[in-house]
Design a protein around this ligand. Structure first.
Ligand code: ATP
Ligand code: MG
Length: 494
């Protein structure tokens, strides 16, 4: 059996109405039946007493003159009263004086009792005194059929009939009335269920609205439900729109990323090709250059006497040019070797790399009278010779670009930042203007003429390439006329 709480609302309402009206009709019917039974008994008793009074009053003379026949005649008048079954008159000493029985003779009459009445089964027994003045001259006995059972049964039948009619009318009326309550609720439920089943197309399902039937609490609930649907519809539309633009954005991003990947790939390839080209060409250029230089020197040595002053000067230019070109080609070779002849990265003592670099620079350090301060240096993940080159280029720059009027001071410092080491090489040299701080790391970019400071403009480009190959970064802080700090990051040994 379905549990009551799972029954639909309209059935619950119907059951409630039928049950409550049934119970009230039953209570009312029972009260009526019980009340009637009590009233009926009382009325019958009163009625019998009156009859006894009348018969008694009529029979006083018959008692006085000892005339039982007349008394019997009076008793026989009780025949008109259907409920009286038997009647008798007793003398004060208890002798049966006269009697009457509806069903004829042969009836046994009881002995006289004191005044009063009692109910025996469904009959009433009454003894009533016959008085003359203050004196009791006899007693009337009445035995009557009360008919209580029959009456109760009849009334119960009526009550049951009324109840059935009442219930039938109740069901009819309540079927009409309960729909006023359950119909709006059923409508809200239907809309909610439709919404759940259209989950795939929420915008469409939120368009439905529940019908409002009135302004009671259910009407207010319907309004609130519909308002909620309106909010949901708006919010969902916004969500769908946001989703659409997001997916468009994602598609666009994917496309851009693909393009970027292809560009990176192309760039890496052309970079590798360029490197290879630079390496091969600079390597191959060395030979003819060596020839130019050596024959120019031979010319100078052997034909020195035969050349005039201009000839000797031109020859000097050729030798100088050849030397410079050689330097350029050497630098270019070094630069291109960073990528092509790189070693695997491994744990390297930067202390040792720095010492080697300083040893290589001993002469210029001594000549410039440099004061050097260095921190203890850590181990890093690097290519040892490239790390030496890095220190060497930066320190040699610090020496070259010093101020003539102050003694040169260089400090080398290292500090840990996360998974990397940050190295700083600081000088008190001429400094670099802010607008040049990016440019100096580009190959062949110089800020000074050769006459002012010697160099080819490749040293920092090499440094940048080395650091980036190690997954790090290089940059400069500087104040013109005060000095510069070159910083670079290298991976720590984990
Ligand atoms: N410590 C420094 N102080 C001031 N300027 C500097 C310093 N280091 C580099 N520079 C500037 O940056 C420019 C580029 O330096 P880079 O080392 O690349 O080339 P270079 O020193 O001119 O030649 P080389 O390739 O022989 O080193 C230099 O010409 C110089 O003007
Ligand atoms: Mg340099």
């Amino acid at each position: 059996m379905k549990r009551i709480k799972d029954l639909p609302i309209y059935k619950k309402l119907l059951a409630l109405i039928v049950l409550s009206s049934g119970v009230s009709l039953l209570v009312a019917g029972t009260v009526i039946v019980v009340y009637d039974a009590i009233i009926h008994t009382d009325q019958t008793l009163t009625d019998l007493k009156t009859q006894a009074e009348i018969v008694g009053a009529s029979s006083t003379a018959a008692l006085e003159f000892n005339d039982p026949r007349t008394a019997h005649q009076y008793l026989s008048t009780l025949n008109a009263k259907q409920s009286i079954i038997a009647a008798a008159i007793y003398t004060p000493d208890g002798r049966l004086f006269a009697s009457y029985a509806r069903d004829g003779a042969g009836r046994v009459f009881p002995t006289k009792e004191n005044e009063g009445s009692r109910i025996e089964e469904d009959n009433v027994v009454l003894f009533h005194p016959i008085r003359q003045g203050e004196k009791t001259v006899g007693t009337v006995y009445l035995f009557a059929y009360l008919g209580r059972t029959e009456r109760v049964l009849r009334y119960t039948g009526i009550v049951v009939l009324v109840m059935l009619c009442g219930l039938a009318i109740g069901v009819l009326v309540s079927t009409k009335l309960q729909s006023m309550i359950s119909a709006p609720i059923r409508d809200i439920t239907k809309v909610a269920q439709n919404m759940i089943h259209h989950e795939i197309d929420p915008v469409h399902s939120y368009r439905q609205r529940a019908t409002k039937f009135g302004n009671d609490e259910i009407g207010v609930l319907t309004d609130a439900f519909n308002q909620m649907l309106t909010h949901m519809e708006k919010r969902d539309a916004a969500l769908v729109e946001a989703n659409r633009s997001l997916s468009a954005e994602v598609t666009e991003r994917k496309r851009a990323q693909k393009l970027l990947d292809r560009k990176i790939h192309d760039l890496a390839q052309s970079n590798a090709e360029l490197e290879q080209f630079a390496y091969v060409s600079s390597h191959d250029l060395q030979e003819p250059l060596r020839m130019v230089a050596s024959y120019a020197q031979l010319l100078e040595r052997r034909y020195h006497a035969r050349l005039d002053e201009d000839g000797l000067e031109f020859l000097k230019y050729i030798v100088d040019g050849a030397k410079r070109m050689r330097q350029l080609i050497d630098d270019l070779l070094t630069f291109s070797r960073i990528g092509t002849q790189a070693q695997q990265l491994h744990a390297v003592s930067s202390e040792e790399a720095l010492s080697t670099a300083l040893a290589n620079l001993t002469v210029s350090i001594q000549e410039s009278g440099t004061r050097l301060m260095r921190d203890p240096m850590p181990e890093v993940l690097a290519d040892r010779s490239q790390l030496t080159q890095l220190f060497q280029n930066l320190i040699s720059n610090a020496i070259v670009y010093r101020r003539q009027d102050v003694p040169l001071q260089i400090s080398v410092h290292a500090e840990r930042t996360g998974s990397q080491w940050k190295f700083s090489i600081t000088d008190n040299g001429i400094g670099i203007a802010p607008e040049h701080r990016e440019r100096i790391f580009v190959i062949f970019q110089r800020l000074h003429g050769r006459e002012e400071y010697p160099g080819t403009g490749i040293g920092l480009a090499i440094c940048k390439k080395i650091v980036e190959r190690h997954g790090g970064r290089i940059w400069v802080d500087s104040t013109v006329g005060e000095g510069s700090s070159f910083h670079f990051l290298l991976p720590a040994v984990s």
